[in-house]
Design a protein. Sequence first.
Length: 522
Amino acid sequence: MKKVTSMALTLPLLFSFASGALAKPQIQSDSNLGVYYEIYVNSFSDSNNDGKGDLNGILQKLDYLNDGNPHTKKDLGVDSLWLMPISPSPSYHKYDTTDFYSVDPAYGTTEDFRRLTQEAHKRGMKVTIDLALNHTSNKHPWFKEAAKDKNSPYRDYYIWADENTDLNEKGPWGQQLWHESYPGSGDYYYALFIDFMPDLNFDNPKVREEMINVGKHWLNQGADGFRLDAAMHIYSKPDEADKNVAWWDEFKRGLAEVKPDVYLVGEVWDRPNNIAPYYKALDSSFDFDLSSKILDAVQSGSDNGLAAFASNTLDLYSKYADNPIDAPFLTNHDQVRTMSLLDGDVNKAKTAASILLTLPGNPFIYYGEEIGMLGEKPDENIREPFRWYPGSGEGQTDWEPSRDNTGPDAVSVESQEKDKDSLLSHYKELIRFRHESPALMKGDIREMTTGDSRILGYTRTFEDDSVLVLHNLSGDTVTIQVSNEEWQGRKLEFSTSNEVKIKKAGDQLNITIPAYTTCGLK
């Protein structure tokens, strides 16, 4: 049986490369490129008036997300949904399942899921679902049988202590790792995260086969890909990172038998040099360091080398995969919401969105981010009901009393959708800018220094399409000079303000950018 010890917290950022045994993945299908939208189902939209969100509620709100008509401007315009876990679970967040193969009854049925994917596909949208394969609930029938009977065929699905195990071993966060299955049993199992989430034993080929079957099952129900929870913790020893990558490669190859273009994005919460090898197996990995860079630049009002960091990161990932797809984001369901981090400043929230939606890869938006929902820890408060209306209305959920998004001045879709200056309208506009530009959708990124730290500049280039993106991070109007011959004669392609001015002065362009404005020259 597998014996696990604690892993290191973080390793230093080193842009060094190592050759691996796995072949580089081929260039990814363009069908997986786009803007992704993360949904906590319980909070999004309620179809049966029980106060809880469900799959049919999402179905009823698809036109808000993408109405299938690229010529309309009412919808948000996202290309794919990421649904947080939908399988049965005793926990509200559902990251500890009791059945990998079905839908939690509170959310609906497998048939409801199929219908949702079918309607999403009609609109040109994809559906990605969250898979937490590292562990199960301790109420899962497999674990209950394994804990009760040491001769159970499910016993080796989990990790059990033997006479050489240090039961006082601590994990990377100082947590207890070994837990007694029943009081007084003297029988201890391994759980990295918390006692009610026993880890699965991926050294057991039957477990690996089972998890591949789980993935195939959901692909057959209409899913297009998976967000892989805790992707770096399948094997938890620091020296077992290669085993994690090898497992995900095995998983990807198994799923490709059903869907060759399946999309896998991993949660590898680490530095780029440690994330990079996962690109041998995965299509994308969430860029946590880039998220911090975006928010730091917006909060400080100063260029912090974000573009160079993004460029270096993609160069690093390219050592492991052809045409790697980064997965930038602002915040997610585990973090304080963007608007709370920015102290409710709408201008800064717009700037953060502008940066996110002009970076390479697949940008991920957390539900409610587009209307400026607030939310601070504990986790329930960053997963509050999505605000469709200032008060109540069709589809509004109320499973959790709102702490941060309530009152007459609370943000909502209804209060913003007809306001051309709202944060929601800003998101819609930026997503459309992105869709209309091959360089923004598919291009690389290279830093362009402007001589003024208040301006963040970079070029995005794909084949013969190139865009110079400039963000004014400050509350001041700023004029910069662009002297590079490459940009002479270029015109304003898009702007979040009508006040951007471009004047030619000899062999230079003088570009005046209002406060908190983003523009692109082509």
